[in-house]
Design a protein around this ligand. Structure first.
Ligand code: SF4
Length: 368
C-alpha cells in the first residue's frame, strides 16, 4: 500500500493503533525516509548521541520450555547443552569491566540449575567485584526469586512478551505443565519491585497480523517500558515454526529486516526516553549494515557478546547468529569502528534510561 506521506498521521507519540497501522503498512519510500529521520531525531532528543554497550553473557543454553520458534527448546536434541560455571561468568564480568562497558547482561534459557540462591550469590559477587550494572534475562521466574535478585543488587530485567496476540502467544510459547504464563503480569510485577524493565517482540512470527503488531507498539507505551528489544523472526530448522509454512495471507507481517527497522523506529516514537538496542537479529539478517542502520533508526544500545567462544555457537535460538565466531575483542574493535563511522561514541557508566531515572525521581518526590 503506497499511502503518501501527506496522508499519514504525524509522528508525535504515543500513537494509537490506527495510526501505527498506517505507518506499518505504508510502502511509500518518502514516508519511510521521514520515519527514519524522525526516529533519529527523537533518539537524539530523548537519550542523546552516546551508545551504551552491554556485555552479553549467555550463561546457559539449557531450557525447560518448548517455545515453537527457539533452537534452545527442551525437545531439540540436536543442540549440545552447556552451563557456565560461576567462575567463568565472573571472568566475563571482569572482561566487561576492563573494556569500560557499564553493564553485564546475564542471559539463559529457563535452567533450573540457576537456582534462586545461586543467582543471588552471583549477582552479589559481580556487584562487589566489578561494580557493573546487572541485567538479568533468565525467563519467567517466581516473585520470590525476582525480589531476592533485586535485593542482591540486580538492576534490570528483560522479558519479551513476543506478541500481544494471546492465541498466537499460546501457540508459540506453551506454558510448563500446571503453570500459568502471564508475561504482561510479570512485567508489571518487575516494575513494582523496582527493576528497570525491558521487553519486546518478534517481527514476522508466522500467523502475526499487522493489527496485533500495532497493538504491540501501543503496549510499549502503555507498559512504560524502559528498554525495548526487537528483531525479525528467523526460522530455526530444528523447531516446529522453522519447518512449517504458514498459509499465505495478505495480513501476515513479513519477517524482514526492513519491517523490523520500521517497528524499531516506531518504538522510538512510542518511547523517546527508553533504551533501544540494535539487536543481534538485525545484524544477522544484514551483516554489513544491520547494526549501523539500527543505530540510525532509533537505537542507542548495542549488546556485544562476551560469552566464551567455545560456548557461543551453541546458544542458537536462531541459526547463523552474527558474531558467533568473533572474539569479544574483535567485536569490540568492530563496534568502535562502526560508531566512529557514524559520529557516535561509547557512553560511560551504567546507562540507565532517562525513562527509568525519571520514574525513580518521581517516586522519590523530587522535581523532574
Ligand atoms: S525462547 Fe527462551 S524460554 Fe523459550 S525455549 Fe528459547 S530459551 Fe527457552
Amino acid at each position: 500500500m503506497k499511502t503518501p506521506l501527506s496522508d499519514l498521521p504525524p509522528l508525535k507519540g504515543p500513537l494509537r493503533a490506527e495510526a501505527l497501522l498506517a505507518w506499518l503498512r505504508t510502502g511509500e519510500p518518502e514516508a519511510l525516509e521521514h520515519l527514519w529521520a524522525r526516529a533519529d531525531e527523537l533518539r537524539r532528543q530523548g537519550v542523546g548521541d552516546e551508545v551504551h554497550l552491554r556485555g552479553l553473557v549467555e550463561i546457559s543454553n539449557r531450557c525447560a520450555r518448548q517455545c515453537a520458534y527457539c533452537g534452545l527448546r527442551a525437545a531439540n536434541r540436536s543442540v549440545s547443552r552447556y552451563a557456565m560455571s560461576d567462575e567463568e561468568i565472573l571472568e566475563c564480568a571482569h572482561q566487561i569491566r576492563e573494556y569500560g562497558w557499564g553493564t553485564a547482561v546475564l542471559q539463559s534459557g529457563e535452567d533450573p540449575a540457576f537456582t534462586s540462591s545461586r543467582v543471588e550469590a552471583l549477582v552479589r559477587r559481580i556487584k562487589a567485584e566489578t561494580g557493573l550494572a546487572i541485567t538479568l534475562s533468565l525467563g519467567e521466574r517466581t516473585e520470590e526469586e525476582l525480589r531476592a535478585w533485586k535485593r542482591a543488587g540486580a538492576d534490570r530485567y528483560l522479558l519479551r512478551f513476543e506478541t500481544s496476540d494471546r492465541a498466537l502467544f499460546q501457540r508459540i510459547h506453551p506454558p510448563l505443565p500446571g503453570r500459568e504464563c502471564d508475561r504482561l503480569g510479570l512485567l508489571k510485577l518487575l516494575r513494582d519491585i523496582g527493576y528497570e524493565v525491558g521487553s519486546g517482540v518478534m517481527v514476522g512470527i508466522p500467523g502475526q497480523g499487522f493489527e496485533s503488531l500495532a497493538r504491540d507498539l501501543e503496549l510499549f507505551a502503555e507498559l512504560e517500558l524502559d528498554m525495548i528489544g526487537l528483531g525479525p523472526f528467523i526460522p530455526h530448522p530444528d523447531t516446529p515454526l522453522g519447518t512449517s509454512t504458514p498459509p499465505p495471507s495478505a495480513d501476515q507481517v513479513p519477517a524482514t529486516v526492513d519491517m523490523a527497522f520500521r517497528v524499531l523506529a516506531l518504538a522510538r516514537v512510542q518511547r523517546p526516553e527508553a533504551n533501544l538496542p540494535a539487536t543481534t537479529a538485525l545484524a544477522t539478517l544484514d551483516r554489513e549494515q544491520g547494526r549501523i542502520l539500527g543505530l540510525q533508526r532509533g537505537a542507542n544500545v548495542v549488546m556485544p557478546n562476551v560469552t566464551p567462544l567455545h560456548h557461543r555457537a551453541r546458544y542458537s535460538i536462531y541459526p547463523n547468529k552474527a558474531s558467533s565466531n568473533e572474539t569479544a575483542e574483535q567485536t569490540r574493535l568492530q563496534i568502535d569502528t562502526q560508531l566512529a563511522s557514524i559520529g557516535r561514541s561509547v557512553a560511560a557508566g551504567p546507562g540507565h534510561s532517562p525513562a527509568f531515572r525519571r520514574r525513580i525521581r518521581e517516586q522519590e518526590g523530587a522535581p523532574s
